[in-house]
Write a protein that binds this ligand. Structure first.
Ligand code: ARG
Ligand code: ZN
Length: 891
């Protein structure tokens, strides 16, 4: 049941129109579909194959003639129409289907399902087949109309894509509404909502004068939490006009928030459906990062209207065509509307935490994979975040203007079509004139390449020579290709390496020849030399400025060189990077030393932190806060694995903690000064300046909480407890998260008070679960298990599972990989309980086992026991089977 890209064939039949009638009743929902079918002149011929899953067929007719048994075959997931009363199918006909579905018992949250306030749909990737018989593939684009009928009292809002064209009442208690979408679309972009919701309304006038009605629908009583989402939407709309010349093409744009949702949000045409997490915000309920995430996700879904909806994917192997490009667009939006340096740093950190390990693990795949068992398993950091990096590299190579021309050309050529990644690259190549043939390898190669750099300065002739080489070892993906007898691509990649040469006085040696002193080198060979003349003094090379390629950099620079870059590099991203490299080096030395005592902490590192703090108080607090976040435990773990060492999660944790304690002791006065200096001076607003100040101030507070017991009790605890009652959630959660790590009585009080206050606010309860799941205190696995039995937890709600279980598995490596195997057992228990209910979410949790082979043999044997236990269970969902199968495979 593996699906291969090489088996792609155009459809035998096209569907020009689909007219849907959805009647929601208490006991069942009836769906009637009228499909205008036409034989595809460019298709392979043959029968009409429709997908359908958990649909109870009531009626089937063709052009008004009821079909008989011998005209079609129906099995678990397909309906094949072969004939009409024994006669061959005509070239055009209308097919009428009537089915019953049961949204109330749909716990997968794919297709049409019941949530608290009504009925909601999620069709990407293959949910539409759970609503109606249809060829559920993105290259079938049809004009949709949809009539919804339901009880008026309980479900006053009846929404679908496009324009409301008619509505009315039906008998005493029911009503109906009919929607028509003027644009042809694949069925994964269909959406339907029948619910009782409150609405915030606004409007936007596009630059060509179209008045678009905007509406955000939320759970009753939550209108005071949707203002930020609305303003984010309007910002996104004008940004896309300005940066890419792309306008809204509909008269209605609706966003509906729902508390039960597998993913972040969904870009259904004109009717986005969002996880409440990415809509609802009020200063006292949402943190600064929640506000930023709302901006980002609202923008992302809005940008999909062009990159995804107007131009969509030919097949699901092309997923990165829309996701990588749209993530790139939302990153650019964030960079333009917030700080571009902070945005870039956060993207790079996220890539390292989530994508690099994926590339190194058993689920490794390129941004355009060639096979999958379950497409839902490929909504990954690789397809999304690395996909965005690949688009960014094109942008870096051809430049901003050519990239814009490439986008224009892409829309000129492909508007209204379902296309491939190749079509996108071709447009970029044709618009820029740059040969991207070698660059295309990024689409088919898995793994994170290694970039080796070596610099050499010849003072006599004032010449600097940089030697770059690249290598990319085969991953688990190549192994899978080989097992399937598929070809493996080889050869060097085309890597843009942005380079600066920083002189001893801190200036950029390449300033005169290159904008911002940065030269973009094209590395296309395995090894290449780049020569720079007229360099007046020995420079420190700043390689991969702006993180110009998603690679591991092996560049043996001294501590002093890194400190020089930290202080002077004109590229903020590489200033940050230099600090991270220095910190990793120190922390890994600590790991090697067993994590205890402090002899491995160089004085120069303390001094560097001191300087960053000073700088943060005087200049950019946000950047300083980023610089002072030590490399994550997961990132250090990958560094160990990359060196062929066994990951030691205890030693990593200890080393990080020791460093924190040491810095707290050595720089206490400085942290105190920062805490005082950055005190709020105006009412809360999630703006860049305030966000940066809060971040640095709370970081300082976190370090102060690492002080000795006397200082902690006397000077820090009162502040932490007071801050638990701050007027904004950012400060509250910073304090509560810190307390959750401390073995003190106040911890219990603070957590209890917080819960009492917020138990009715679902998203805030998620935070309460999360701070406990990510606590470093011993016994955390046990407490997570206990919390699964708490009234606040609900295994049917993805946000609850993510906040408690996924946070524990993915963001608490030391406890998840606890030596007793309790973390693994907990994860397996949840996966087994969840997999029948919601396989997508279960499979996401299962990904926590990805790196199990990188640990010691004891941990490996605990992990293997749990993986085999999952694999051995009966009726295992395909989603989980693929993840666990790969984890247990060769590798
Ligand atoms: N297209 C959506 C987005 O990127 C995500 C939908 C994911 N759906 C899924 N079944 N995995 O915003
Ligand atoms: Zn997306």
């Amino acid at each position: 049941d593996t699906i291969y890209l090489k088996d792609y064939a155009p459809p035998a039949w096209l569907i020009d129109k689909l007219d849907l009638h959805v009647a929601i009743h208490e006991e069942y929902t009836e769906v009637r579909g009228m499909l205008a079918c036409r034989r595809n002149p460019a298709g392979p011929g043959g029968e009409l194959v429709l997908d359908g899953e958990e649909l109870a067929l009531q009626e089937l007719s063709l052009g008004g003639t009821a079909l008989v048994d011998s005209d079609y075959t129906l099995d678990d997931d397909t309906l094949c129409i072969r004939a009409v009363r024994g006669a061959a199918l005509p070239d055009h006909f209308t097919l009428e289907t009537r089915v019953r579905i049961d949204p109330d018992s749909n716990t997968q949250l794919s297709g049409l399902y019941r949530s608290r306030d009504g009925y909601f749909s999620q069709c990407e990737a293959q949910g539409f087949r759970r609503i109606s018989f249809f060829p559920d593939r993105p290259d079938i684009m049809a004009r949709f109309s949809c009539t919804i009928e339901a009880e008026r009292q309980d479900f006053p809002q009846l929404l679908s894509n496009g324009n409301l064209v008619a509505s009315g009442t039906l008998g005493n208690t029911r009503h109906w509404a009919r929607w028509e979408d003027p644009y042809a679309k694949p069925c994964y972009l269909f959406a339907l909502v029948a619910a009782k919701l409150d609405m915030l309304e606004d409007s936007f006038v596009t630059r060509s004068g179209r008045v678009v009605r905007l509406a955000v629908y939320v759970e009753p009583g939550k209108l005071d939490q949707c203002g930020h989402a609305m303003s984010a939407l309007k910002k996104s709309m004008s940004w896309d006009e300005q940066r890419f010349g792309l306008e809204m093409d509909l008269d209605h744009y609706m966003i509906v928030a729902v508390g039960d949702f597998n993913m972040g949000a969904m870009e259904n045409k004109g009717l986005n459906i969002f996880n409440t997490k990415y809509v609802l915000a009020r200063p006292d309920t949402a943190t600064d990062s929640d506000y930023q995430n709302i901006d980002r996700v609202i923008a992302h879904e809005y940008f999909h209207n062009w990159t995804g909806n107007r131009v969509t994917c030919r097949d699901w192997f092309q997923l990165s065509l829309k996701e990588g490009l749209t993530v790139f667009r939302d990153q650019e939006f964030s960079a333009d509307t917030h700080s571009s340096a902070v945005t870039r740093i956060q993207s790079v950190r996220q890539l390292r935490i989530a994508q690099f390990p994926e590339d190194a693990g058993p689920m490794a795949h390129p941004i355009r994979p060639v096979s999958y068992a379950e497409i839902n398993n490929f909504y990954t950091a690789t397809v999304y975040e690395k996909g965005a990096e690949v688009v960014r590299m094109i942008h870096t190579l051809i430049g901003r203007d050519a990239f814009r021309h490439g986008m224009d050309l892409y829309f000129q050529r492909h508007d209204g079509q379902a296309v491939t990644c190749e079509d996108f690259v071709a447009a970029m190549q044709d618009a820029s004139g740059l040969d991207l043939s070698q660059f295309r390898r990024w689409y088919s190669r898995a793994g994170t390449p290694h970039l080796k750099a070596e610099g050499c300065y010849d003072a006599a002739v004032q010449r600097y020579t940089l030697t770059l080489s690249q290598s990319l070892a085969p991953t688990a993906y190549e192994q899978r290709l080989q097992d399937a007898g598929l070809a493996i691509e080889e050869g060097p990649l085309h890597i843009p390496v942005a380079l600066g040469l920083v002189l001893p006085d801190g200036s950029d040696a390449l300033e005169r020849e290159y904008p911002a002193g940065t030269c973009v080198l094209s590395l296309t060979e395995s090894t290449q030399r780049f020569v720079f003349d007229h360099i007046p003094a020995e420079p420190v090379a700043s390689v991969l400025r702006g993180f110009s390629a998603p690679v591991h950099l092996d560049f043996p620079q001294s501590d002093a060189e890194l400190a020089h870059l930290m202080a002077y590099d004109s590229d903020a991203c590489n200033r940050w990077e230099a600090g991270q490299r220095l910190a990793s080096r120190v922390l890994l030395a600590g790991v090697a030393a067993g994590g205890q005592d402090t002899a491995w902490i160089p004085e120069s590192f303390v001094a560097a932190v001191d300087r960053v703090l000073d700088d943060g108080m005087r200049h950019d607090a946000a950047l300083a806060a980023e610089a002072l976040i030590l490399p994550a435990e997961q990132v250090l773990a990958e560094e160990m694995a990359g060196r062929g060492q066994i990951i030691d999660p205890e030693a990593i944790h200890r080393s990080r903690l020791t460093l924190r304690h040491h810095l707290a002791a050595r720089l206490r006065d400085k942290f105190e000064a920062a805490w005082q200096a950055l005190a709020p001076s105006s009412p809360y607003a999630p703006d860049g300046l305030q966000v940066g100040r809060r971040a640095l101030r709370n970081l300082a507070l976190g370090y102060l909480a690492e002080s000795d017991e006397a200082y902690l009790k006397g000077h820090v605890m009162p502040r932490l407890m007071a801050q638990c009652n701050a007027d904004n959630m950012t400060d509250v959660i910073a304090a509560l998260g810190t307390l959750a790590n401390l073995d003190v009585a106040e911890r219990t009080t603070a957590l209890a008070d917080f819960y009492t206050r917020w138990q009715d606010e679902a998203l805030v309860v998620d935070k309460w679960l999360q701070v406990q799941a990510t606590s470093r205190l011993p016994g955390t696995a046990m407490r997570v298990r206990a919390l699964m039995g708490h009234g606040a937890f609900d295994i049917k709600n993805p946000n609850k599972v993510y906040a408690l279980v996924r946070a524990f598995c993915a963001a608490n490596p030391r406890h998840f990989h606890g030596a007793d195997g309790e973390g693994y057992r907990l994860a397996a228990d949840v996966i087994l309980q969840l997999q029948a209910m919601n396989p997508q979410v279960a499979a996401r949790i299962a990904r926590a086992f990805d790196r199990w082979r990188q640990f010691d043999s004891e941990r490996q044997s605990h992990a293997r026991t749990q993986l085999e236990r999952i694999q051995g269970s009966t009726n295992l969902a395909r989603d989980v089977a693929e993840v666990v199968g790969n984890a247990l495979g060769k590798g």
